[in-house]
Design a protein around this ligand. Sequence first.
Ligand SMILES: Nc1nc2c(ncn2[C@@H]2O[C@H](COP(=O)(O)OP(=O)(O)OP(=O)(O)O)[C@@H](O)[C@H]2O)c(=O)[nH]1
Length: 432
Amino acid sequence: MKPLVHGRWLLPALLLLTLSLVVGHRFMPLRQLVLLPTAEDVRFIYDDTDAGGGNRVEWVDYDNNHFRCTRGSDKPSLYCGLNLSLSEDEVHGVDLSGFEQLRIDLELDTTAPLIALFMRNFNSAYSTAGSSESAQYINFHLEPDDYAPSVVVRFDEFRLADWWLNGRNLPRQYRAPEFSNIILVGISLSGELPAGPHEAAVKRLVVEGPWVSAEALYLGIISAWLTGAVAFLLLQLTHHYRSASAARQQYSELYQRHRALHSEAQTLSELSRRDGLTGLLNRYGLMQAVDALDMSAEAPVSLLLLDVDHFKRINDRRGHLEGDNVLVNVAQLIASATRATDILARWGGEEFLILLPGISGDSALKRGESIRQSIFEAACFREKSLAVTVSVGVTEIRPSESLESALARADQCLYRAKGLGRNCCVLEREIS
Ligand SMILES: Nc1nc2c(ncn2[C@@H]2O[C@H](COP(=O)(O)OP(=O)(O)OP(=O)(O)O)[C@@H](O)[C@H]2O)c(=O)[nH]1
């Protein structure tokens, strides 16, 4: 399974993306909502005549929101301005809470000491339908130094007017400006207007704010990182689990193969030590068995060298296959006449070698005699009218003597047995 290579690039890429979002968010163009002019804007001008004031308002150019306030000198100057309605029923307004500032493009020709920008927010918690006066009055006063063709006022600069707040006994949460349901936006030439005409044209009224609030952005980034981290951990866990399973599977397969090879090697090793026809040890197997034998601990150790008599004749008369059978039967007879601790080997064609640990030369002679007898009388040969006999050379291996040396003596004994007419055993002593 491939490791998660792409993970190397993913982390720097995500860090870069996060950094870009955090930094880029500050420089992203703001979302805008144009309040004026719009195709269906509803606006009207007003003055303080009914309140006993001395200001008179009139349109100079309705299409361009251009109005004039003329101050009469005999009465007080209260207010005079232009309102923009954002609600048909003065109850359902526009939610501006996602915005951050108000931008107003103005053309002014006035010496008014103040220009009030204001909004009204309807909330049934403190407002009554049909009474626009009950909607929150949120305002900000521009002073002459602030007058400019384009003025921006942040929402956090707006305040609730004291005259609206006083006497209402509102709970604390309603004593701060709300922008969630604005039903009216207005501009008013305020303060003590100098006598004479004052003109203002509202070219454009726009609210602006980020497409995504900083709070939502950071929350989104944190959520994305947390989700990513959990997903990454899960992927890692799955990856490691699969790798571990694959490794376990591989280990198990290798172990099975190792066991099969081991058993095969044991079989081959065993085969390499055995004679293919009789199943007795071959020369190589015998040497290994002798190497493993502690001669001094097992002393005395005797050696029998046994040869089938006139075997060539058997082969010639009964065929090679029958000759093989004779060799197999002789091996079986030898095996059944010996102990498990004795070491049996096929030494050559029709020659067998028997090592008898813990057995002296005299006892070995008796054993050789017993083996010779059992072969001579074997029913398996008599049944086939086969006269199978063996001659045996017997010797006791001397302390520290090599096998080759003892074998040479046993061979002499065997030669002597053949000379004595075969089908007999000769002990080394008998020829010395
Ligand atoms: N069938 C068979 N014959 C074998 C095998 N190995 C050797 N021989 C034969 O054994 C015979 C041994 O003959 P000789 O060495 O002349 O000995 P012998 O006929 O037994 O005579 P003596 O040893 O003097 O009694 C040969 O003919 C070999 O071909 C074998 O594995 N199978």
